[in-house]
Ligand binder design. Sequence first.
Ligand code: HEM
Length: 413
Amino acid sequence: MSMNDGLRLIDPLAYSEKGYPHEEWTQLRRDAPVHYFEPPGWPAYWAITKHADIIEVSKQPDVFLNGPGMTITRSEGETEEERATREQIKTIINMDPPEHRKYRAVATPFFTPRAIGQVEPLVNETARKLVDGLGREGECDFITEIASIHPLKVIARLLGVPEADEPFILKLTNELFGAEDPEFQRSPDRMEGIRKLFMDFWGYFGEIIADRRARPTDDLASLFANAKIDGEPMGELETLGYFLIAFTAGHETTRGSIGGGMHALIENPDQLRWWKENPELTPVAIDEIVRYVTPVNHMMRTAARDYTLNGQTIREGQHLVLFYASANRDEEVFPDGEVLRLDRKPNPHLGFGIGEHFCLGAHLARKTSGTIFRELTSRLEFVELAGRPLRTASNLVPGLKHLPIRYRLTEGA
Ligand code: HEM
């Protein structure tokens, strides 16, 4: 790696072509754990690669802000209008204290372990039906037929979206997250595509919001549509932001853990055997999958003031990119971090972030991924790759978009 441009760590195409840059991160953790890069065509940024440094940053949300931007995006060629389109919708992930806490509190009750426990039958049913639908043996694209569909169905059911609209939602979320990936771009003009995408999103969920205001039910859409902040109805952009984040943050990421997890199990058959023999340890195994795969690769912060981190002076206004995937292999915390060890405990990984913005959907993600793996591992007699796995071109959620497999299952219970 050229240590002076840092492009490999943030270039979406490099992720699809070569995967996560673990070699470069290992070198940075050893030689320059807080390192300033000035990549051509991108904003300059500090690469934060150590577990302890990411925690120090994440736990000071007044000093390291999400408001100015939550991810690193290309600065080249973006007009004011294009940036305004991208930043139109406000989500809690873009907010800072004290505003952030008020808005996060709207959804917290729906995502507690207890509340998520209540949706277990729904999640189990979706998992069983999907695996049954595969048939006893054959070949499939595990991403498009299982990893992508299961989380989408779960979140769509929780939100109260009609089943018939699921394919439309799937296309929308693929396009939102894969904005850099040619397979998911709807128009050769990147920004034109993004603008149309937001209008579709707006049109579709705007109608659902109006409906739930008129006829509230107990679904998540009704909770968002009728939420109050300081006793006043939540603003339109913030309401829409909640729909956006439930679908995007909830779907593509869980797809990443299920898809990446299956790939890891194919590469580590001893771990697949272990899982079959220890189904009750699924919650432990899922956290190891999230650590090993790290579906959300990075989040960005912007310094509100000068700050010295691990010996380096970060100046007010400078960006910090927190590479969770690097922290999750930090040799000081995980001496054998490159190894998939499903019984790893304790497992203080940062796959769900930490601090103020800790993943709101972590329990749901664990439940959704856990049920499909439990269903699969109990029934898989045989599985192998049937083609080359392909990754999405993204520096944020660079998960697999295709994973061709050949399999044989036992009869369902
Ligand atoms: C394996 C799956 C998932 C992974 C790896 C993941 C990862 C993350 C990470 C790393 C953050 C922290 C962002 C930061 O610190 O700036 C985050 C935040 C968030 N996640 Fe997840 N997530 C997953 C699934 C979900 C699901 C299923 C939902 C909801 C349906 C969800 C909703 C959110 C929300 C709302 C936030 C923002 C929280 C805030 O700003 O207070 N996530 N997630």
